[in-house]
Design a protein around this ligand. Structure first.
Ligand code: NAD
Ligand code: LMR
Length: 291
């Protein structure tokens, strides 16, 4: 399997890349990596490749790096589009507070990358957009690619994992006891983590959690604003948890979903749930036997 990762010298990538080849994400498949960065920092990837070589990864195949996305995109199965600027930076004299404010900085990246993926990626390639604003960037990339057989996703798995963590603490159960966790809408403060349809210890969330005041005033804002809380505490945006969520999205797509469960990602709407067609929206997804 060939995986292209952009932003390969960044924070998320440092947690993400080694785990793509550790035999857990893609099982026993041999994983070829193509790491992409901007010209100013691409040479740093030589160090990343050295560390990968020094780490004893039997499933690791061919590893290359480049600042040429077009070249990297040929025949890739997976594209992890992480490369983009996180919020918190000062741009044109103003601090970037919301993910949507990143659109004017990051949006353009996804036009050329989208075109290259449409032209050169495998027909059944899967594309996970991590860079913010993730939903809009995915829309831009998908439109530029113009190939419906490729699956474009914006990452909402991190929001789902955050929601599971908060729910499991409230319910006094293990995080793995929370299933069917859907994040509706956008990876933004308007996202809707659906506690009602979650399944907690085999019971509907609406039965287990009856404290609506807690849902409205604690659960929802905690999950919706968790990215900002991490930035405030860490001085940098979430990285290791974002990497884990990207890996979990790949695993969810590569394996049949268990009965009674689903996973979260934002994909182009086919009109389901009355979401306008073509809009990238967080949905409950399952993977079937045919992939
Ligand atoms: P970072 O600044 O540490 O790394 C980003 C890297 O991207 C940098 O090395 C930069 O040189 C590179 N880059 C920029 N433009 C590029 C391009 N055109 N091609 C290739 N590489 C390029 O940032 P990070 O912490 O790794 O975060 C990356 C992005 O992920 C940010 O936009 C952040 O907001 C977003 N993010 C999303 C989620 C989510 O749940 N969807 C979670 C966390 C972070
Ligand atoms: C997150 O949710 O942690 C990321 O989208 C980073 C951010 O800006 O909040």
């Amino acid at each position: 399997v060939k995986v292209v990762v952009t932003g390969a010298a960044g924070q998320i990538a440092y947690s993400l890349i080694p785990r793509l080849v550790d035999g857990k994400t893609f099982g026993d498949k041999i994983v070829d990596l193509c790491l992409v960065e901007i010209p100013q920092v691409v040479s740093k990837l030589e160090g990343m490749v050295m560390e990968l070589e020094d780490s004893y990864f039997p499933q690791m195949g061919n590893v290359t790096y480049t600042d040429n996305f077009e070249k990297a995109s040929h025949d890739a199965d997976w594209f992890l589009l992480v490369g983009s600027i996180p919020r918190g930076i000062v741009y044109e004299g103003k601090k970037i507070e919301e993910r949507s404010d990143l659109l004017k900085i990051n949006g353009g990246i996804f036009v050329n990358q989208g075109k290259a993926i449409g032209e050169n990626g495998k027909d059944n390639a899967k594309i996970l957009v991590v860079g913010n604003p993730a939903n809009t960037n995915a829309l831009i990339g998908r439109n530029a690619a113009g190939k419906d057989s490729q699956l474009w996703m914006a990452m909402t798995m991190l929001d789902a994992s955050r929601a599971k963590s908060v729910i499991s603490k409230k319910a006094g159960s293990n995080i793995s006891d929370v299933k069917n966790m859907v994040i509706w809408g956008n990876h933004s403060p308007t996202m809707y983590p659906d506690i009602e349809n979650a399944v907690i210890n085999g019971q509907p969330g609406s039965v287990v959690i009856r404290d609506m005041d807690w849902v409205e005033n604690s659960f929802l804002p905690t999950v919706q604003q968790r990215g900002k809380s991490v930035i405030d505490a860490r001085g940098a945006s979430s990285a290791t948890s974002a990497a884990k969520a990207a890996l979990d999205t790949i695993i969810a797509c590569e394996n049949i979903t268990e009965d009674g469960d689903c996973f979260s990602a934002a994909v182009a709407s086919d009109g389901a749930y009355n979401v306008p067609e073509g809009l990238i929206c967080g949905y409950p997804l399952i993977t079937l036997a045919d992939g």
